[in-house]
Structures are given as structure tokens and as C-alpha cells.
Design a binder for this molecule. Structure first.
Ligand code: NAD
Ligand code: WQD
Length: 331
């Protein structure tokens, strides 16, 4: 297939591009490099032996998108591009709504003009807000997001669903990711946030490297097995594979929603222990106050994706830790 990947030089996008190229798809990346580097294209080529077409372009730039669609006539779009820092979104709501929502509206408009009606959208478990129970199923209520980032995902799910109601030519797949961590086994691509990481795994790898002194564990008084927060950590390679599985199920699907998670919850301290075991490196930590907006537990019921797409996460928490460390060391 000819697939246009927005945000394709980013963390999840780059892993997905690798798998698309490996199975013989034509890949056209559109990324404005606001949170990634052009050298990722070289890394993708090094891994796969194939160079994706790359445009440094903004999805807010309708003329640029229009020329790219005219030149390549993509059959489907995987839409990763977006700003994703939860804390930053609270201080910059306009930037987040503009980039994520207006950007997607531009993309959809250009897709329609070029008769491209298949879209896979990167949504997030954050749309469930504080779930009434775990594991979380796709039919749980959404809403109650606690930051503008999460709200952009909620609104975009709604916008994409409305679009299908208006025009049945659309096939929309909303993928709700849980907590992607880990990196490609080559160590060439991975999660490389600028500055001090907000997310757990990149923080852990930087403590392990000695760049940061210790990990602050946000709260040990949650109602979980060891008091620390529990999440559904999923290897980014499994997550990427979920997108590949979806592409085989995009004919006249209407609007479909899938959780992409493992169905297993691990705590912050489980992850620290698994990391130490997988790498042999101690991760000094201290218990700190709870972080505002955090919930105790968030993990998925991934059986819908398993039953309908034949997709299942296979990597262990240790695989995730080992690959994340492998990438950190190389960078
Ligand atoms: P990322 O920041 O590594 O990748 C996003 C890419 O989009 C970046 O390369 C960035 O430069 C690009 N981009 C941003 N705005 C753009 C614009 N206006 N035009 C063109 N390119 C633009 O993030 P990621 O972790 O790979 O996430 C990919 C998607 O998955 C995002 O939509 C994110 O919200 C979503 N998601 C991520 C997680 C996670 O924990 N990483 C969880 C759930 C959902
Ligand atoms: C995981 C656990 C923290 C850092 C976020 C977004 C969500 C989605 C995925 C995009 C929590 C604890 C963390 C640290 C810690 N992204 N922690 N010390 O918050 O589950 O989800 O990323 O859609 O929308 O909210 O992920 O990695 O930040 O935290 O103790 O230095 O690790 O409290 O329990 P989170 P995370």
C-alpha cells in the first residue's frame, strides 16, 4: 500500500514506518520536526535498507499537504503528528488545540479532496479519564480528561466519528494507546525526549546512565499491590505492529476503536525492578508526593484487537527495559 505517515519521524511513527517498509509498503512521511530529527530517516533506512520519502512539512500547511497528496496519491493515512506533553498542554492550550485539532482538520480536508478516505488515528487511554474499573474496555465511557492534550484526543475522536456519519466513504480507526515504552532492537530509534523527561521510562534510563541523580516515584499510597501507580506498559514494537494489523481491516469499517495494550498492569516499582534485572544497573529512587492528575491504575482489556485484528502484544516488560536501555546507551 501507499501510506502517508504524519509524525513519521517521531517515536511511535518511526517504529511503524520500519514495519511498513519491511512488509513492502510505500511510505511517505510528513513531519515538521518539532519533536524529532531528520536523521531518524537515515536510521529507518539503516534498519530496513529502504529510504522512505520524507517531507519536512507541517500538517497545518494545507498547500504543502495538497502538493504531497497530488504527488503520491496515498491510499491511507496513519496520523501520528501531534503535540503530546501533558504538562505543557496545560500552560499552552491554544498551541495544543491549534496544532492537534486544526492540523487534523487540514489533513482531513486535503484527504477528502484527494479521495483518500482511510485514516488510522493515534488516540490515547487518556480519553477514558478516571476509569470506574480496570481492565478498561473500548465501550467504557470517555470524557473527564484533565488536560488540554487529552481533550484534543477526545475531540478528535468525536470529529472523526462525525465525519463518517456525514460521508460513509470514510474508514476511521481510532487506536487508544496505553503506555508505549522500549525501542527498536537495533538501538537506532527510540524515545528521545528533549530536556527532563516527563514519562517514566526515559526518566529511568537517564538515571541509569547517570545523567539524572535519582527517580522520584510519585506516590506509594495508591490502592495498588505496592502502593505505586499501575500502568499497561506496551513495547513500542508491539504497538507499531498493531497499526500493521489494522491496515488489513480497513475496507468499509465505518468507525472502529481499539485499545492497544498488553492487558497486564505493572507498577512503577515493578518497572524499576524489571529494569534492574534486565540491565544489571541500579536505579536509585525516592518516594515523592503524588503527581497532580495521576490515577492509581490504568490498564487495558485488549481482547477486541486480538479477536478482530488477530493482534496481540508479545514482548515482556524485561524486553521493554532492555531495549530502552540499549537505545539510551547508544544515544
Ligand atoms: P512524538 O512527539 O515522538 O511524535 C510526533 C511527531 O509529530 C513528532 O515527530 C513531531 O515533530 C510531529 N509533529 C507534531 N506536530 C506536527 C505538525 N503540526 N505537523 C507535522 N508534524 C508534526 O510522539 P509519539 O510518542 O510518537 O506519539 C505519536 C502520537 O501518538 C501522538 O499523536 C501522541 O499524542 C499519540 N500518543 C502517544 C503516547 C505516548 O505515550 N508516546 C500515548 C498515547 C498516544
Ligand atoms: C507512568 C507512571 C507516574 C515519572 C502519560 C500520559 C498519557 C499517555 C502516556 C499520551 C505514573 C509514574 C512517572 C516519574 C513516576 N500519553 N512516574 N516518576 O502518566 O501513565 O501517561 O503518557 O497520550 O496521556 O498522561 O505515563 O510515564 O508519565 O507515568 O513515578 O518521574 O509512572 O506517576 O504512575 P502516564 P508516565
Amino acid at each position: 500500500m501507499r501510506i502517508l505517515v504524519t509524525g513519521g519521524t517521531g517515536y511511535i511513527g518511526s517504529h511503524t514506518c520500519v514495519q511498513l517498509l519491511e512488509r513492502g509498503d510505500e511510505v511517505i512521511i510528513v513531519d515538521n520536526l518539532s519533536n524529532s530529527k531528520a536523521t531518524v530517516v537515515d536510521s529507518i533506512e539503516k534498519i530496513t535498507g529502504k529510504r522512505p520519502v520524507f517531507y519536512e512539512a507541517d500538517i497545518l500547511d494545507k498547500n504543502a499537504l495538497d502538493s504531497i497528496f497530488a504527488a503520491h496519491k496515498p491510499e491511507a493515512v496513519i496520523h501520528f503528528a501531534g503535540l503530546k506533553a501533558v504538562g505543557e498542554s496545560v500552560s499552552k492550550p491554544l498551541e495544543y488545540y491549534h496544532n492537534n485539532i486544526t492540523g487534523t482538520l487540514m489533513l482531513l480536508d486535503v484527504m477528502r479532496a484527494h479521495n483518500c478516505f482511510k485514516i488510522v488515528f493515534s488516540s490515547s487511554a487518556t480519553v477514558y479519564g478516571t476509569p470506574a474499573s480496570v481492565p478498561i474496555r473500548e465501550d467504557f465511557p470517555t470524557g473527564g480528561t484533565t488536560n488540554p492534550y487529552g481533550t484534543t484526543k477526545l475531540y478528535l475522536e468525536r470529529i472523526l466519528s462525525d465525519l463518517y456519519v456525514s460521508d460513509k466513504r470514510w474508514s476511521v480507526v481510532l487506536l487508544r494507546y496505553f503506555n508505549p515504552i522500549g525501542a527498536h532492537e537495533s538501538g537506532l530509534i527510540g524515545d528521545n525526549p528533549n530536556g527532563i523527561p516527563n514519562n517514566l521510562m526515559p526518566y529511568v534510563t537517564r538515571v541509569a546512565k547517570g545523567v539524572l541523580p535519582e527517580l522520584a516515584v510519585y506516590g506509594n499510597d495508591y490502592p495498588t499491590h505496592d502502593g505505586t501507580g499501575v500502568r499497561d506498559f506496551i513495547h513500542v514494537e508491539d504497538l507499531a505492529a498493531g497499526h500493521i494489523a489494522v491496515l488489513g481491516h480497513m475496507e468499509d469499517v465505518g468507525v472502529q476503536v481499539y485499545n492497544l495494550g498488553t492487558g497486564v498492569g505493572y507498577s512503577v516499582l515493578d518497572l524499576v525492578n524489571a529494569f534492574e534485572k534486565a540491565t544489571g544497573i541500579k536505579v536509585p529512587y525516592r518516594i515523592a508526593e503524588r503527581r497532580a492528575g495521576d490515577i492509581a491504575e490504568c490498564w487495558s482489556d485488549p481482547s477486541k484487537a486480538q479477536n478482530e485484528l488477530g493482534w496481540k502484544a508479545t514482548h515482556t516488560l524485561e524486553d521493554m527495559c532492555r531495549s530502552a536501555w540499549n537505545f539510551e546507551k547508544a544515544n
